[in-house]
Ligand binder design. Structure first.
Ligand SMILES: [Fe+2]
Ligand SMILES: [Fe+2]
Length: 183
């Protein structure tokens, strides 16, 4: 195989990994919000917070649908861990909301901080042959940054014990990213 064609191949594999992990992440984001809404529809009452979360969830659905289409179009296998991420996302969303509004919003802020960086890394690596994919990721990244800002406006904080929660979520998200790229 020539150097050029092996470079092409590794580039293609990289793009496939990007789409696989982004699909998993966006689906995870939907699940986190679903978990939060579940808590808000049962145990915790906060109509304002519910509206905010529903609004952000709409973006995640749009993001996820895009990657879902790309997966089908390009014949990429989704990560095998989807059922586990679904479960953990739901649990994280539900649990964080039971702890209160600050924890629920910190959950969004922490995840979005990881995703902001994650998408930025991808944007830097995607070449012009995948311009439209890059444009989409740039748009989605801006949505995630908006979510992070909303979360801080709504009371997310890293003070005291919340800083531990932040680190746990970030570490968990990074592990999920590393796994979902490959498997
Ligand atoms: Fe998203
Ligand atoms: Fe988001």
């Amino acid at each position: 195989m020539s150097i050029y064609s092996s470079m092409q191949k590794s580039n293609k594999r990289k793009i496939e990994e990007f789409i696989r992990v982004d699909h998993a992440g966006e689906r995870g984001a939907i699940k986190i919000y679903e978990g939060q809404l579940l808590a808000l529809n049962t145990i915790v009452r906060n109509e304002e917070l519910k509206k905010t979360i529903e609004h952000m969830k709409e973006h995640e659905v749009e993001h996820c649908e895009f990657f879902e289409k790309e997966i089908k179009k390009r014949g990429i296998e989704p990560t095998k861990f989807l059922p586990l991420w679904d479960l953990l996302g739901l649990g994280l969303g539900f649990g964080s909301t039971l702890l209160g509004k600050k924890a629920a919003m910190l959950c969004t802020a922490s995840v979005e901080e990881v995703i902001d960086e994650h998408y930025l890394n991808q944007i830097k690596e995607i070449k012009n042959d995948e311009k439209s994919l890059r444009k989409k990721i740039e748009k989605f990244r801006q949505d995630e940054i908006d979510h992070k800002d909303i979360a801080y406006d709504e009371g997310a904080t890293k003070e005291g014990l919340y800083s531990i929660f932040d680190k746990v979520i970030k570490t968990g998200s990074k592990i999920a990213i590393n796994i979902s790229e490959k498997i």
